[in-house]
Design a protein around this ligand. Sequence first.
Ligand code: GLN
Length: 220
Amino acid sequence: MTENGLIVGVLALQGDVREHRRALAGCGLRSTLVRRPEELAEVDALILPGGESTTMSRLMVAADLMEPLRARLAKGMPAYGSCAGMILLCREVLDGTPDQRQLAALDAVVRRNAFGRQVDSFEADLDFGGLPGGPIRAVFIRAPWVEQAGAGVEVLARVPEVPAAGSAAGRIVAIRQGCVLATAFHPELTGDRRVHQLFCEMVRKPSEAPHEDMRVRACR
Ligand code: GLN
């Protein structure tokens, strides 16, 4: 069953679009593909999928989506980015390409492909702030981590401090700033819908907190 009215766009230039749509449907929200500015104008919220951030950035520039999307985010449109989507939402990327563009909706510095070659892809159980039901199984695929988070950014999850995590121990892998959510991992690839449910709650009940530039955003 879907709710009337609200519709969540999934940026569909590249990446794991179908998986996010399936997760949204599982949470009871309608979704549609966003490839053009006219389509962006029709949605209440947006998911930026996992994929390849440099490619997505180029395709967004080519589709004239960068500026309209920045403008919607600045007005408080709820957004969620997984992996490459997280990279795009942050204000600065380390180890990006020179032409890579940022949406700057999160006051955070993100490092691309941060986990390095040996642990290009791995899974871990993470404590995720505010999610009911215990740790979440997180799938990391050539994932970034957040190197620096501004004062207004809430840290929701970190790599566990276990010896196997090596230099990644304690790194930030999920953040929220107002109505913008980002994870370095891919909840759309597991059957666990709790992260999408959290985002859907953000879409259904936009925060009414007063805001101060990038620090706390009111949604929509
Ligand atoms: N390494 C990719 C990038 O730079 C992100 C990987 C992913 O989304 N799974 O965009």
